[in-house]
Design a protein around this ligand. Structure first.
Ligand SMILES: [Zn+2]
Length: 183
């Protein structure tokens, strides 16, 4: 008896091509698109993580902050900040040609911006990868579990920016990340 078929034409979330989805949850047309989407997501997450790390260093005491700090702290673009300065919607303070500071209360009160460090997700984003041995696979274990050569594993680790840790003679990578790229 043929297996029950689930086939529905869908647009791949990465490349936009139409494909026949085999399961309800398929959103990408190919493993290639799924991996590219994952790499893109990781890149965005890394940028956000850097912003949060930067934002965490900005003192709450500062009434005026640099544009770069405002970008990190409120997760808005430089263009947005400069547009607000140009249209005189926010108070700026010029410390010479190259250093403009903005009044952070304006951003918070007029535009209802909240520091990313105060959002719930911010706390989750800064969590570092657990690199304890029990949370990791050794490279050898990955090659066995997923039937992939060591060279490919290293290539993917670099490509997707997966953190690794050397313990004794073996290199370890977090299980969650490895499972995500190979499942
Ligand atoms: Zn695709």
């Amino acid at each position: 008896m043929p297996a029950a078929k689930f086939e529905i034409s869908r647009e791949c979330k990465f490349c936009g091509d139409l494909f026949l989805a085999k399961t309800i949850t398929s959103i990408y047309c190919s493993p290639r698109c799924s991996k590219s989407a994952y790499a893109k997501k990781r890149k965005v997450e890394n940028i956000k993580k850097l912003k949060i790390e930067k934002a965490l260093k900005i003192s709450n005491e500062e009434e005026y902050i640099s544009v770069a700090d405002a970008v990190a702290l409120y997760d808005v673009s430089r263009d947005t900040i400069y547009r607000l300065i140009r249209s005189e919607k926010i108070t700026k303070y010029n410390l010479g040609k190259r250093l403009t500071k903005v009044y952070r209360k304006d951003l918070e009160e007029l535009f209802n911006l909240k520091p990313i460090t105060e959002t719930i997700t911010a706390k989750e984003e800064v969590k570092t990868f657990r690199l304890e041995k029990e949370d990791c696979y050794s490279i050898g274990e990955i090659t066995i579990k997923y039937g992939i050569s060591e060279t490919s594993v290293y290539t993917h680790i670099r490509k997707y920016g997966i953190p690794t840790r050397q313990l004794g003679k073996s290199v370890y990578a977090p299980k969650t990340e490895i499972d995500t790229i190979y499942k």
